[in-house]
Design a protein around this ligand. Structure first.
Ligand code: GLY
Length: 583
C-alpha cells in the first residue's frame, strides 16, 4: 500500500507556483491531467489490488482487514457500514438506511434498497396542524421523524446473496470491538457532537452517551465508548436480522417510541424487508453507468443531467468557465423540476423512468436553453408526459476487492445524527428520514426540495432519496466507483466528479477535491463553495440572471478510479475526516 496525504494547498496565481504541484505530483507517481485545479494531491491512495474509501479511517481499516482476510467487497461493505455506525455516529448507522450498487468482477450488477419506510400509522397529513400548516419540527426532530430502519436488513440480505467469507459474526465483530473499547474522536466529530448536545438531550427520553455530563464539552482525542451500542451489535452478530427487528432491540425501539410519541410498532419492524431492484443503466460519452433506481432520485437525475449536457462540448468550454457552469446550472434546473413532480417510491407511484431518460425528451427539455441568459425557475415546469401518470448528512463508501468486485454504498440517517433520538438502552440514533417525504405539496423540506403526489406520505412507502451511489465502466471494464453525502446536492456532486474526470480530464483526486456548485430549480439559487468560481465568472453569471450564494462544503465524495494500467487510485474528500486505503 502506498498512502499519501498532503496538506491542502490553494492554487497560487503565478505561473511558476502553478506548475510546482504538478511537478511534485509527477515525482510522486500520480497521473496528472490538465487542467490542474488548484490542489495538491492529497487523501489519495494508490494500490495494486483492493481499495476502501470511507468517511472514517477506522472504518476504512476495518474494510481493508476484511478484504485482506479473503472477504469480498460485499463482506467489506457490511463491516464498513457497521464500523461507521460506531465511529461516525452522525451518519454511519444501524438506525437508518441506504442503497447498495454492486458490480461483480464478471459484470453482474445489482442494487439493494435498504432505505427506511413509513410506519403503518403514517399518513399524508402526518406533519400538518389543524390549519394545514407543516410542522417542520415533527418531521425533522424526535420520534415522529423516524422511518422504519433498513440498515440491518440490508446488511443481512447482501450477506446472504453475495458474501464470500460466509461468516457474519466476523463482519460484525470489528464494530463491536470499536464500540466496546472506544476510539479517539476527531476535532470535527467533537465540534459536531457539541453542537448537538441540546438536541440529544431534548429528543432522547433517556440521556444518551453522546451527552456530556455537567455541561462539559467534547474534546478532540476524547475516547467515545458505546457499551449499549456494543450490546445491540452483539445481538445482531448472534441473531442476525432477528437481533434488530425482534426481541430485545425491537422492544427497546418500541418502548422508545411509546415514551416519545413515535409511531413505529413491532409489526412495522417485523415486516421490514430490503428490496433488490433492477439496476438503472445509462451511457455517457462512451462510458456505461450503473445507478440506483427509485426510490432514489439519484440515478435518474444523474443520468438526466449527463444526457442534457452530452451534446455540448463541456470539456472545451473549460472547467468552471462561464459557459460550462451556466449550461450545468440550466440542466440542473430542469432535472430538479422533474424530480419534484415525477419521482417517488415505484411500489406506490408509477415513476415514468423510461420517459424521463428518453434522449429526445432530454433534448426537448434543453430546447429553451439560452446560452446567454438564466431561465427563471418559475418559468421552468416539470416535463409533461402525455398518457403518463402524472449539513445534510449521509455517508458514502466505495470498495473494490482483489477480484475486481465493486461496491458503492450510500447510507444515511438523513440529517446529522438523524432525529437526534437515541434508542434508550440500545445506544443508536434513529433517522429523520420522514422529512424526505413531501409533507405538503409545494412546501420545502430541510433541503429546500419540494414534491407532490409522487412523494406524498403513505403507510409502508419509502421516501424519495437523492443518494447516488454509482459505478462507471468503459468497454466492459470497471472504471469508477463514486458517491457522496449531501441531501439534494448529492446528485450534482456526483455529476461534477464524473464530468471532471471524463470532460475536464482530471485525475480522480483532482476531481474529488475540486470546488463544487449546486443548483436545484427551487430555490432559484446557485450555491457555490468558497472560492469555487473566479470573480469574472461569478460576475458574468450574476449578470446573466443567476442568483449566486456562497455556502459551506458540498458533499464528501469517496471515489475509486481504475487507471489505464489497472491500478487503483482512491480519493477521499478533504472536506471531512475521510480516508482512502488500499493494498
Ligand atoms: N436523506 C437524504 C437522501 O436520502 O437524499
Amino acid at each position: 500500500m502506498v498512502f499519501k496525504n498532503h496538506t491542502k494547498q490553494k492554487m497560487k496565481q503565478s505561473k511558476l507556483l502553478k506548475i510546482i504541484p504538478l511537478i511534485l505530483a509527477l515525482l510522486l507517481g500520480c497521473k496528472i491531467n490538465k487542467p490542474f485545479i488548484g490542489y495538491s494531491i492529497q487523501k489519495t491512495a494508490f494500490s495494486e489490488k483492493a481499495m476502501v474509501v470511507s468517511a472514517h479511517p477506522l472504518a476504512t481499516q476495518v474494510g481493508l482487514d476484511i478484504l485482506r482476510k479473503g472477504g469480498n467487497a460485499i463482506d467489506a461493505a457490511i463491516a464498513v457500514q457497521l464500523a461507521l455506525a460506531v465511529t461516525y455516529p452522525r451518519a454511519g448507522n444501524i438506525g437508518g438506511g441506504g442503497f447498495l450498487v454492486y458490480r461483480s468482477a464478471k459484470g453482474e450488477t445489482a442494487t439493494l434498497d435498504f432505505r427506511e419506510k413509513a410506519p403503518a400509522a403514517a399518513h399524508r397529513d402526518l406533519y400538518l396542524d389543524e390549519k394545514g400548516n407543516v410542522l417542520l419540527e415533527k418531521s425533522q426532530k424526535g420520534h415522529l421523524a423516524a422511518g422504519i430502519p433498513g440498515t440491518i436488513a440490508g446488511c443481512v440480505q447482501m450477506y446472504e446473496k453475495y458474501s464470500k467469507l460466509k461468516d457474519f459474526k466476523r463482519l460484525v465483530q470489528p464494530a463491536i470491538d470499536l464500540a466496546t473499547n472506544g476510539f479517539e474522536i476527531t476535532d470535527r466529530e467533537a465540534k459536531s457532537l457539541n453542537n448537538n448536545q441540546a438536541d440529544f438531550a431534548k429528543y432522547s427520553t433517556i440521556s444518551p452517551v453522546f451527552v456530556q455530563k455537567g455541561g462539559e464539552m467534547w474534546q478532540k482525542g476524547a475516547i467515545l465508548i458505546q457499551k449499549e451500542l456494543a450490546n445491540t451489535l452483539t445481538l445482531v452478530r448472534d441473531k442476525g436480522r432477528a437481533g434488530f427487528y425482534e426481541g430485545e432491540t425491537a422492544d427497546k425501539i418500541v418502548a422508545e417510541m411509546q415514551r416519545g410519541g413515535g409511531i413505529i410498532t413491532k409489526t412495522d419492524l417485523q415486516k421490514y424487508q430490503a428490496t433488490w431492484r433492477k439496476p438503472l443503466t445509462g451511457k455517457y460519452r462512451g462510458y456505461d453507468l450503473v445507478g440506483m433506481p427509485p426510490p432514489s432520485s439519484g440515478g435518474i437525475a444523474l443520468f438526466q443531467l449527463l444526457g442534457m449536457v452530452e451534446s455540448y462540448p463541456l470539456g472545451s468550454y473549460g472547467f468552471h468557465s462561464k459557459a460550462a457552469t451556466h449550461l450545468i446550472i440550466e440542466a440542473e434546473r430542469r432535472v430538479y423540476a422533474d424530480r419534484a413532480e415525477h419521482l417517488g417510491d415505484p411500489d406506490f407511484y408509477p415513476v415514468p423512468t423510461d420517459k424521463l431518460l428518453n434522449a429526445n425528451y432530454l433534448q426537448k427539455r434543453m430546447s429553451d436553453f439560452d446560452p446567454n441568459k438564466a431561465t427563471p425557475s418559475q418559468a421552468v415546469k416539470a416535463g409533461n408526459f402525455k398518457n403518463a401518470p402524472a449539513s445534510e448528512q449521509t455517508t458514502h463508501f466505495s470498495i473494490i476487492d482483489a477480484e475486481g468486485n465493486a461496491v458503492a454504498v450510500t447510507t444515511t440517517l438523513n440529517d446529522n445524527y438523524g432525529c437526534r433520538t437515541v434508542v434508550g438502552g440500545a445506544g443508536f440514533l434513529l433517522n429523520n428520514e420522514m422529512d424526505d417525504f413531501s409533507a405538503k405539496p409545494g412546501v420545502p423540506n430541510m433541503y429546500g426540495a419540494i414534491g407532490g403526489e409522487a412523494n406524498a406520505i403513505q403507510a409502508g412507502k419509502t421516501m424519495l432519496s437523492s443518494m447516488t451511489p454509482t459505478i462507471v465502466t468503459k468497454n466492459g471494464k470497471l472504471f469508477m466507483v463514486v458517491g457522496t453525502p449531501g441531501g439534494t446536492t448529492i446528485i450534482t456532486s456526483v455529476f461534477q466528479v464524473i464530468t471532471n474526470v471524463i470532460d475536464f480530464n482530471m485525475s480522480i483526486s483532482e476531481a474529488v477535491q475540486a470546488k463544487r456548485f449546486h443548483s436545484q430549480w427551487l430555490p432559484d439559487k446557485v450555491f457555490i463553495e468558497k472560492d469555487c468560481l473566479e470573480n469574472g465568472t461569478n460576475m458574468t453569471l450574476k449578470t446573466m440572471g443567476h442568483h449566486i450564494e456562497e455556502r459551506g462544503n458540498l458533499g464528501a465524495v469517496e471515489a475509486i478510479l481504475v487507471r489505464g494500467d489497472g491500478k487503483l487510485e482512491g480519493a477521499a474528500d478533504i472536506r471531512g475526516d475521510d480516508d482512502a486505503r488500499g493494498f
